[in-house]
Design a protein around this ligand. Structure first.
Ligand SMILES: [Zn+2]
Length: 101
């Protein structure tokens, strides 16, 4: 699993292609990620009490992991990552500029 919660990713395709956002959650079992500001949809909430107005809430919907790339700040774009061993620990490395992410 290359992408973790809190990472910044870039979307590879679809209507949000090229956008970047922070990973809010990763669903490993479904291979999807929930990303802040990506794949937004508007939820229409009904008024809970009389006299209250209904609301429109904009929420992100999760997208497939295969549709995102980890964002490399050195490259300024989403990149493919490789796993390297460094000091006995696995680190993620940008395949383009070799920076540790
Ligand atoms: Zn890079």
């Amino acid at each position: 699993m290359a992408i973790k919660k809190g990472d910044t990713i870039q979307v590879r395709g679809g209507k949000d292609r090229g956008k970047t956002g922070k990973v809010l959650n990763v669903a490993k079992d479904r291979s999807t990620v929930l990303v802040e500001g990506i794949n937004l949809y508007v939820k229409h909430a009904k008024p809970k009490r009389q006299g209250e107005k209904g609301q429109k809430i904009t929420l992100p919907r999760s997208i497939a992991l295969s549709r995102v790339n980890l964002f490399c700040s050195a490259c300024g774009r989403g990149v493919r990552v490789g796993i390297q061993m460094e000091g006995g620990q696995k680190v993620r490395q940008c395949k383009r500029c070799k920076a540790v992410l």
